[in-house]
Design a protein around this ligand. Sequence first.
Ligand SMILES: N[C@@H](CCC[C@H](N)C(=O)O)C(=O)O
Length: 269
Amino acid sequence: MRFRKIHGAGNDFVLLSDPGSDGPDGGKEWPKEAERLCARRTGVGADGLVISRLISNSPAVLEITCFNADGSIATMCGNALRCSAWAAHRDHGFQQMSLHMAGVVHEAVVSDNSVWVTAEVGAVLPRRLQTVINGRPTWFDSAHTGTEHVVAIVDDVDAIDAVMVGRLVRHHADLAPLGTNVNFVQSAGHQALKIRTYERGVEAETLSCGSGAVAAAVVATMRGLVARRAVTVHNRAGEPLTVRPHDARPNRTHWVGGLVTNTFEGVLA
Ligand SMILES: N[C@@H](CCC[C@H](N)C(=O)O)C(=O)O
């Protein structure tokens, strides 16, 4: 089975395009396959496994399934959608397409050097929980951007032990049983933010997170750090994502865009 090793602004995936209708062991074993392939030492190594299936050429529609590195399903993964759109552009020439993920329809646009997808924003809850970071009580707001996110606005994201605090908050009793992705965000100048994200399902800090960048922009707008227009979100990869409200549905839908890099391709043993 052929695969792509691809990353969206540093968030990396093993991407399988149309792997046959079943997958390993009748399709039931994808979660195990995700764990196996994503293992950094014994597999290909990735934050997630993405399966893309072409549904229709005209209009261009694909079904995308994303498994986190631990085999759990991601109901929304902005970077996996962006990587899938890039691959569909390469394989089928689509520039605009619809991507279905976990029952939600996302728009995608591939331009010269960036790939954009839409994210749907649900409930935004201020002061969802509090914890102490470096001796200072810190609030997390929650924002549902297709998956669970909490966001803390802090002075200096680099001063935080993102894995230690991220893990604590991810497993916070108030957010059980689902848990959450955890974002630390600081102001980084005019319409710009700096972010670090601890990702549920990867159970580690990742280099970028599309739905986390959208959650950061939404919370930072609510908190008055940025205005409701395009925001640059600087991440650990040094490949910023841009988040902007959708023209037709600015309160509900946001675009997230940035680079996609096809690192290598191969054949699974
Ligand atoms: N990196 C992703 C988010 C992936 C989903 C997350 N780990 C979860 O299970 O909630 C993104 O780019 O949005």
